[in-house]
Design a protein around this ligand. Structure first.
Ligand code: ADP
Ligand code: MG
Ligand code: MG
Length: 317
């Protein structure tokens, strides 16, 4: 850790959370962790009390009025999910629940069951009413899941809160979602790029940024193995199975962590070639792809610098 920095940790949202400050301020760290807890309680689909769970419980029955932040996040998730060809689908809840990837009792569901559940994941059947600020799932059994976007949103909420508290240099790591303010003295932040399926501390390299979010989504984060196959937690909304392509991880460097969280999933679904074309249209988003054949493919490096540590990988792009 850099000189003069203070690290505070907690376990929230099922992940180890790390806050780094440059002044010793236990009280501030406590307020940040309470803020995260409060946000988690709005969005979780695993425990009451949560506004998202209230929506899911009313599926096929009636619309549920939610608070402004929950409505806004759902609206954003809906927009991303209903784009043509999008692999991001916030209505994927029934499949996520059935697969239980990363939780106890993993099995591969029978094909017929997956097909039946796919029929309950149409994002167009999530009806939003801006005037009433309500959300209605048209069919019984539908469930929204904000797992691919909520952490990014919350990381930005924490950044904005720290900014409001006059903190200029800090880092928050919500377990795969890192958001930074400023930078350590005379340096950039160094964010490790994890080596897939190696130990928790094994790194391919380091991503250097100042005042940026770095979000990584990887097949090695939550998965189980069965009969020589690896089943991970990012599902393909077209097939009902885990997304299967040349990628092991996608990292997004962006101002806002919500964009990073959304685009890791979207680019995962597109694969490297189409992603690189797509990224040319989006100067505010940069990406690093790790492929199964040991390549690290970096998009334009305006917002970050990448240093390779493990020379069994080749850097291209
Ligand atoms: P993490 O940061 O936990 O790795 P991601 O941002 O990669 O999470 O999102 C994965 C989570 O999003 C899954 O655990 C699940 O809850 C949900 N999810 C899985 N597949 C999709 C998908 N195709 N679209 C949207 N959400 C998904
Ligand atoms: Mg994430
Ligand atoms: Mg995500």
């Amino acid at each position: 850790m850099s000189a003069g920095s203070y690290a505070y940790s907690a376990v929230l949202m099922g992940s180890p959370i790390l806050l780094k400050l440059f002044e010793h301020d236990e009280a501030l760290a406590g307020r940040v962790f309470r803020l995260i807890k409060h946000q988690e309680n709005l969005f979780t689909v695993n425990r009451a009390p949560s506004e998202v769970m209230a929506i899911n419980h009313a599926a096929g029955l009636h619309p549920v009025v939610v608070s402004a932040p929950v409505y806004q996040l759902i609206k954003r998730a809906s927009e991303v999910s209903t784009r043509a060809g999008s692999c991001f689908n916030f209505a994927i809840g029934p499949l996520v629940k059935r697969w239980k990837i990363g939780f106890h009792g993993n099995t591969v569901p029978p094909e017929s069951e997956l097909q039946a559940l796919l029929a309950l994941t149409d994002p167009h059947q999530v009806i939003l009413d801006d005037a009433a600020q309500s959300v209605f799932l048209q069919q019984a059994g539908m469930e929204i899941d904000l797992g691919a976007i909520a952490k990014g949103y919350i990381a930005d909420v924490v950044r904005d809160y720290l900014h409001q508290q006059q903190v200029t240099n800090a880092l928050i790591n919500l377990g795969g979602n890192v958001q930074t303010l400023g930078h350590p003295a005379q340096q950039a932040w160094g964010i490790g790029l994890k080596k897939p399926f190696a130990g928790p501390d094994a790194l391919i390299g380091v991503i250097h940024v100042t005042h940026q979010s770095v979000v990584t989504s990887g097949v090695y984060e939550r998965y189980f193995e069965l009969a020589g196959r690896c089943y991970h937690h990012i599902l393909d909304p077209r097939t009902g199975y885990p997304l299967d392509n040349e990628l092991l991880s996608v990292t997004i460097i962006s101002d806002d962590s919500i964009d990073g969280d959304i685009w890791t999933t979207l680019l995962y679904g597109l694969g490297v070639e189409k992603s690189l074309v797509c990224l040319q249209e989006m100067p505010h988003i940069e990406a690093i792809f790790v492929t199964r054949d040991g390549q690290v493919i970096c998009s334009s490096q305006h917002k970050y610098r990448f240093t390779l540590l493990d020379d069994s990988y080749r850097v291209t792009g």
